[in-house]
Ligand binder design. Structure first.
Ligand code: GDP
Length: 444
């Protein structure tokens, strides 16, 4: 996984900081020097590292240490905030026209970056959102590229428009858009030709497509394993062709991760998605805040939760009710009930569904901490399937392992297990809570 070595180094720096009661300016400077080395070794561009350290230093030194706040933690928070801001702060979606119109997306990238694979991955995402995408084979130099797109399109259940290798890409794109109009497709994704290196012909071809076809979004695919090269490629494509966003592939490999940290700062364009494997489902939305927690070794809890969420459905909810009634409710079910609560519109709507709470719902809502829930989920996700199914297995050594896996204190694991037991008891006492006459379901 990317960032392993960076995370390890940053954690060491922070461990040293945390062990100090007070931080002097010199302490901060020494720590930041180590952060700087760690970032450079992770292949983050020198210019970016310099700006980053300056920003952190100004905030860390200029700040009064507030009463009750651990100064080490404050530095970590500042580093975290600055990492998030370096990566663009907000999550950026691919901008689409309304469903009644056709959005044209042009995919660009060097050969081998993962462009054709990513094109099919994107089509799958758009299809899941209810769009009707059409993939277009514009790489006329490599016949294998057309076949590859056709195979991937078939796997995704998405039509591929191809005219062989005798037409020029502009004509193919125009014909594809015509076809899309006639057949009610609403997203046209052009898979263009790559080259081994940035070269003038490739750029000209992309520029020409843009001149003659109304391209709404130009997305560049770059390989995270190539580190700073990926950043340079993004910068030159943006200067010459103009891009709207970047997809960073092969983040599942042992890349040092620098590209993810430098692309936005250098090219000015956001990372939209990251490729996490060769399978067509291995594409994740890019969240700067989650990536920062991943880099700082705080785990990427939210992404794990989202994965769990994708598999929740009505049948599972019904199954869960039966489990509660039969008292075989385990941690997996607990996790699912938390996720289900989110799917149902968050805590307040769930509380409102519970009978007999009335005005108390607001008070309870105030007491529930969403972050605390995220930590609980991390704890559960660090358990083995057996432990989740059978909470009685949790002895102290298992709890210790789970705490380490989730990056929390063992006390927190104990607290959660206790709360889980209480919830289980409460649920058993409230048989009418789930699926009452009104059909409303609480689930937590
Ligand atoms: P193109 O030449 O840019 O169209 O690249 P391809 O789509 O043919 O991909 C080149 C290679 O990279 C293929 O073996 C892909 O399976 C692989 N690949 C693409 N994206 C990822 C990714 O996110 N992770 C991993 N591990 N491999 C990827």
């Amino acid at each position: 996984m990317a960032f392993e070595s960076l995370t390890e180094k940053l954690q060491n720096v922070f461990k040293n900081l945390r062990s100090k009661g007070r931080l002097t300016e010199a302490d901060v400077k020494v720590a930041l020097k180590e952060v700087k080395m760690a970032l450079l070794e992770a292949d983050v561009s020198f210019k970016v590292v310099k700006q980053f350290i300056k920003a952190v230093q100004e905030r860390a030194i200029g700040q009064d240490v507030m009463n009750g706040l651990n100064p080490g933690q404050m530095v970590i928070k500042i580093v975290n905030d600055e990492l998030v801001s370096l990566m663009g702060s907000e999550t950026t979606e691919i901008a689409l026209r309304p469903a009644g119109e056709i959005t044209v997306i042009m995919m660009a990238g060097l050969q081998g970056a993962g462009k054709t694979t990513t094109t099919a991955k994107i089509a799958g995402k758009l299809k899941a959102k209810g769009r009707k995408p059409l993939l277009v084979a514009c790489d006329v130099y490599r016949p294998a590229a057309i076949t590859q797109l056709q195979i991937n399109g078939e796997k995704q259940g998405v039509e591929v428009f191809a005219m062989g290798d005798k037409q020029n890409p502009v004509n193919i794109a125009k014909a594809a858009i015509e076809h899309a109009k006639n057949q009610n497709f609403n997203v046209v994704i052009l898979d263009t030709a790559g080259r081994l290196h940035v070269d003038e012909d490739m750029m000209q071809e992309l520029i020409q497509i843009k001149e003659e076809v109304q391209v709404d979004q130009t997305i560049l695919v770059v390989d995270a394993m190539t580190g700073q090269d990926a950043v340079n490629v993004a910068e030159s494509f943006n200067q010459k062709v103009g891009i709207d966003g970047v997809i960073l592939t092969k983040m599942d490999g042992d890349t040092r991760g620098g590209a993810a940290l430098s692309i936005k700062a250098i090219s000015g364009k956001p990372i939209l998605y990251v490729g996490m494997g060769e399978k067509l489902s291995d594409l994740e939305q890019f969240y700067p805040d989650r990536m920062a927690s991943r880099i700082l070794g705080m785990g990427d809890v939210m992404s794990l939760i989202e994965k769990a969420q994708q598999s929740i459905d009505e049948d599972k909810a019904r199954e869960m009710e039966q489990k509660i009634k039969k008292a075989t409710f385990g941690f997996d079910d607990y996790l699912e009930s938390m996720n289900q609560m989110k799917n149902m519109g968050g805590i307040s709507s769930v509380l409102n569904m519970l009978p007999g709470l009335g005005n108390k719902a607001k008070d309870i809502e105030g007491m529930i901490d969403e972050k605390d829930m995220a930590r609980k989920e991390a704890i559960i996700l660090s358990m083995t399937p057996k432990e989740r199914a059978n909470p009685d297995l949790l002895n102290p050594s298992r709890k210790k392992r789970i705490a380490q896996g989730a990056g929390v204190d063992i006390a927190e694991v104990n607290r959660m297990v206790k709360q889980f037991d209480q919830t289980r008891k409460m649920m058993k006492q409230m048989p009418g809570m789930l699926g009452g006459k009104s059909g409303k379901r609480g689930g937590f």
